[in-house]
Ligand binder design. Sequence first.
Ligand code: ZN
Length: 305
Amino acid sequence: MTYIRFKGMSFFKQVRTEEAARALVWKTKFEGKEFVCPNCKSEKYWEFTCEPEIRKCQGCSKHVRLRTGTMFENSKISMLNWTRAIYFTMSSKRGISALELQRRLELGSYHTALGLLKKIRHSLLQRDSKYQLSDSIELDGTSFGRAKNLNQQEVMVAIETKSWIDAKGNEKTKAGFAKVIVANETRENAEKFISKNIKPGSSINTDAAQAFIRSQVKGIDLDYREMDSKQEKINDWLPWVHRFISNAKSWIIGTHHGVRAKYLELYLAEYTYRFNRRHDPDSLFHRAISAMSQADPMTLGRLTA
Ligand SMILES: [Zn+2]
């Protein structure tokens, strides 16, 4: 699928009405086409002037609703506000807080802004859960938040590393995709995390934490070294996972001023999603709309959006 890229302020010039926002989401829903009937695959459709969020298939008469089967389902928010929310979230390098989003969209309620962000993050989480890491992986555990106010959460992070040779013939590594789970660092959780997210045949570098030493997953080669606080050792054995963890922590504090434990997973999903596409930041907006258009709908509980 090719992505429409909005450079600079062009998004606000091109998508300034509900009609334009709707057209953008219709196109994203059908992966670049105006219409594809989920029933009979016909690409011909009728529109209704009074019901612009419904298209009727000319092949089999099926009514296809814009929001049905997407993360926009059951939402009362206009498509214009939805596309703007996604744009604000994905176009700013460090993301956006709910308070800032509420201000920019001029929303009456903070809970609506939180609800929008929650649905966006859920879509990103769903999208990234489709991928698995392979080959060489660094794995480590850490904790986010402060123990003293009972807000601490254990987190495991796995990240692919790729080797390459620089111009002087030295072997270097660079980071590939990352995966994160918020879960206590136990053997059971580590094994579940590894078998779900890492392809058989891969090899993992990790530290000598009990949960990792005792983990056994079929087809995965797990090698560990004792880590102390010596930077040299860490740089040699687990450089990328350590960098990822420390950058994720500053992001949570910098953009969001700390996060309640129960929301940590979703915030880290957004961080990881950005990290995984860091080499192509212009594509983030379209990839996120696409993730929302393909995501399973969710309901919000107390929040609204
Ligand atoms: Zn049809």
